[in-house]
Design a protein around this ligand. Structure first.
Ligand code: 26Q
Length: 793
């Protein structure tokens, strides 16, 4: 049975057996559960046959390890990738229900902070689409990224209890549970000529796997995401019997704590013990699983690196390397050289940030106490690295900088560069920055190991599933099958000479702006104006991303309108989406500043011209509504700080024009669309470096610029009644991310954007050229490059 009838009967059957109801009278949540259940079954079967097919051909498989997989919702996307959307929606409608309301039941699987986690999720989609066998490994956090609440613009965090609705997609595989050991002591001995390692007095935790299946688009393949949940490995009856009840309970709840919550920091490592436990929990269980699977297929680990590739998504899962060494040395009797050789060929690593505060360093004391055997293995890597560097003629100072264990700390990135065959940047520009800054020494020592693969996005999610209006347009003016054959999207370039096509694009965009405006209001609850320019900055809140530069600009516009009611300023809607790490006070203050600017605008004489909407709880799902409505994509990080960015790709794909610095993947976006379709401003990375070297003083810029000075003064005197001198002083003092230096150029490029937006044909042409330039940023291209150049599969 196929099509609509299939869905009608399956959903009915599932609702009947689970709830004793008929679909016509069922709750939306029951229809959603039933749909997920049916799809999970289909996907499990498909995954099994896809695995069997690849295994029978002895194909190499990639294992992608990441502390984060920011999956978002699955129902709409799975249906889309399987080509089942129409039949499913018809079946739901036949029960008298609205499919949109069914989709809305699903919580986001928010198992990530931002770019790095979403990239991992996009990779699983891309790998299944291009037909490569792939498995992701992560943690089944009970609480994902917090839900953001804004109270008068002040962020508070609510727990993200996603499992009640999210578990519909999880398939428990308890038979593959693994024991993970922490603490204790290591005893070495020799027995019968063999070196033996005995681990004593450790605490153990049980890792139980739950799988999520990710189908490819128009493909027979399904990727598998395996998420580990921590459980106490049995209740400690011995402690309990000795009367140590509280101690027995404490051990059990300590175990569960490991998978309880995602760390909400991004681009910042705070070296916490629980985070270290989470990381080892992930790699120990995943490596055990990979070894088990490989032995079942081949009976030996000799050919592990030939049949598998393991990818480390930033340094967070680095301990996978010493963990596999431990197994090869202690459990399989390999010697160091052979074991290290297997690891070298097997593992590859991607770096996602050059900010020094994000580079992971662990305190040696804490590390040894929690993971005594892993520490000894890392120390041996360090000893060997130092020997090699000495042979290569590096000085003692240089060796200290490149060492793995130094100054009481373990540097995970250095271990990755030394122990894996490939260290990757996430855009071309990022690789240059890596080679010139954080990895400068190691790059000189091991230049052949460094490459870059530019990030990509599962464009199907933001275009085809989320934006049917634009998809129709793209099909009409490029090709019906562009989803699979995405290069064909560039044919859109041909339609920019056709004025009817330009107008049609304008209507599509307007429709999406109306949809957004219907669901979102400005900060004081007034409706948004869809005919105004939608100016969007949506991303994590971080000083390097410079949301405060955007804020300064809006204050300046307000100043200008107040000084001159006839100022040449067209209607604009500023839309922000951003979560701040809960402990990042300045970031929370910037959110509050932006919110207060919105309030002040709404009470000013500019209120009909300038409106500001701060989207609460920016997430994968809210981005799917936001991206299609954007006219301008704000990508304004200080050059040299944003590794790639992927929101920039989602926005260009949605026909927004990038207004940005030459940073991260913006550089490649500019190449793809041409300088006439990109609003570029600001210093280059080289200029930033030169200015830093010379000694940067923001006051030099502030004193020369009355507009900027007035904006900072206004912050001091209060915005919507609140004094923001603290933030103004940061800009006047260190201004670490050089907002003052880039301010004038930023204002002038925005002026230009207003002129361009006035001429609808010109603007629509630029926007379409952005859509046409987006195929380079499809994740299918990214994963193909990884398969060809890094994973050799
Ligand atoms: C580390 C240690 C302890 C706790 C948390 C962390 C941690 C967590 C998340 C450190 C960094 C992250 C996330 C980094 C991230 O998302 N980086 C972004 O990665 C994107 C995908 O490559 C890029 O596009 C962005 O430029 C980059 O900022």
């Amino acid at each position: 049975m196929q099509g609509v009838e299939f869905w009608k009967s399956k959903i009915s059957e599932s609702i009947r057996t689970a709830y004793g109801e008929i679909p016509e009278s069922a709750d939306y949540s029951h229809i959603y559960d039933a749909a997920a259940e049916v799809l999970k079954g289909l996907l499990a079967e498909k995954c099994a046959s896809s695995a069997a097919r690849h295994a029978s051909r002895g194909e190499k498989r990639v294992y992608y390890m990441s502390m984060e997989f920011l999956m978002g919702r699955s129902l709409r996307n799975n249906l889309h990738n399987l080509g089942m959307t129409e039949d499913f929606e018809a079946a739901v409608a036949s029960f008298g229900a609205d499919p949109e309301k069914v989709y809305a039941q699903e919580p986001d699987a928010g198992l990530g902070n931002g770019g790095l986690g979403r990239l991992a999720a996009c990779f699983l989609d891309g790998l299944a689409t291009i037909g490569k066998p792939a498995m992701g490994y992560s943690i089944c956090y009970e609480y994902g990224i917090f839900r953001q609440k804004l109270t008068e613009g002040w962020q508070t965090e609510k727990p993200d209890d996603w499992l009640p609705g999210g578990k519909a997609w999880l398939a428990e595989k308890r038979e593959h549970a693994v024991e993970v050991r922490f603490g204790g002591e290591i005893e070495e001995s020799w027995y019968d000529g063999y070196h033996q390692i005995l681990h004593k007095n450790y605490d153990s935790v049980l890792a139980v796997p739950f799988d999520i299946y990710v189908p490819g688009y128009d493909s027979d393949d399904v990727s598998r995401l395996r998420l580990w949940q921590a459980e106490a490995s049995g209740f400690d009856m011995e402690l309990f019997n000795r009367g140590l009840y509280a101690e027995a309970m404490r051990k059990s709840s300590m175990a569960k704590a490991i998978s309880s919550v995602l760390y909400p920091n991004d681009n910042h490592s705070d070296g916490k013990n629980l985070r270290l436990k989470q990381q080892y929990f992930l790699v120990c269980s995943s490596i055990a699983d990979i070894v088990r699977r490989h032995l079942a297929a081949y009976g030996t680990l000799e050919n592990l690196a030939e049949k598998a590739a393991i990818h480390i998504n930033d340094t967070h899962p680095t301990m996978a390397i010493p963990e596999l060494m431990r197994i090869l040395l202690d459990e399989c009797g390999y010697d160091w050289e052979k074991a290290a050789d297997i690891c070298f060929n097997l593992f590859s690593y991607t770096n996602h940030t050059v900010l020094p505060e994000a580079l992971e360093r662990w305190d040696v004391g804490m590390f040894r106490f929690l993971l005594p055997r892993i520490y000894v293995i890392i120390a041996e890597f360090d000893r060997r690295l130092r020997n090699i560097l000495r042979e290569k003629g590096f000085s003692d100072d240089e060796i200290k900088r490149m060492a793995i264990v130094e100054n009481g700390e373990i540097r995970m990135a250095n271990l990755c560069v030394f122990a894996t065959h490939s260290t990757n940047g996430v855009s071309k520009h990022h690789l240059t920055v890596m080679e010139n800054s954080v990895f400068a020494d190691l790059y000189r020592a091991f230049p052949d190991r460094f490459t870059s693969v530019t990030n990509g996005i599962a464009a199907r999610r933001w275009l085809c599933a989320a934006n049917p209006e634009l998809t129709g347009f793209v099909k009409k003016y490029s090709s019906e099958d562009f989803e699979k054959d995405y290069e064909k999207m560039s044919l859109l370039k041909n339609c920019v000479k056709d004025s009817a096509a330009l107008e049609e694009f304008g209507k599509v965009k307007l429709r999406r702006k109306e949809l957004f405006a219907a669901e979102n209001r400005d900060v004081m609850g007034n409706p948004l104006d869809p005919s105004s320019l939608f100016d969007v900055q949506a991303k994590r809140l971080h000083e390097y991303k410079r949301q405060h530069l955007n804020a300064l600009r809006i204050i300046s516009l307000l100043n200008e309108i107040e000084a001159n009611p006839n100022a040449d300023i067209d209607p604009r809607t500023f839309i922000f989406g951003a979560k701040a790490a809960p402990g990042y006070y300045v970031a929370k203050r910037i959110i509050r500043l932006i919110w207060c600017i919105g309030k002040e605008l709404s009470e000013s004489r500019a209120k009909d011209i300038l409106k500001l909407s701060f989207l609460e709880n920016y997430s994968v799902t809210t981005s799917e509504l936001l991206m299609p409505s954007a006219d301008i994509s704000e990508q304004i990080s200080l050059a040299g700080t944003e590794a790639s960015g992927t929101g920039n790709m989602k926005l260009m794909l949605s026909g927004a024009v990038t207004l940005g610095t030459l940073d991260g993947a913006n550089v490649e976006i500019l190449d793809a669309v041409g300088s006439e379709n990109f609003l570029r401003f600001g210093m280059t990375s080289d200029e930033v470096d030169a200015l830093r070297a010379k000694g940067y003083d923001p006051m030099e810029y502030i004193e020369k610029n009355d507009e900027l000075k007035a904006a900072l003064d206004r912050m001091r005197h209060g915005i919507a009644g609140e004094d923001f001198s603290d933030l103004a002083d940061l800009i006047k003092g260190k201004d670490f991310y050089m907002a003052a230096a880039d301010y004038a150029d930023y204002m002038s490029i925005h002026n230009k954007s207003q002129q361009l937006f006035r001429d609808k044909d010109t603007w629509n042409r630029m926007a379409i050229m952005n859509v046409a330039g987006s195929p380079t940023f499809f994740v299918d291209r990214t994963v193909k490059e990884y398969c060809d150049n890094i994973w050799n599969m």
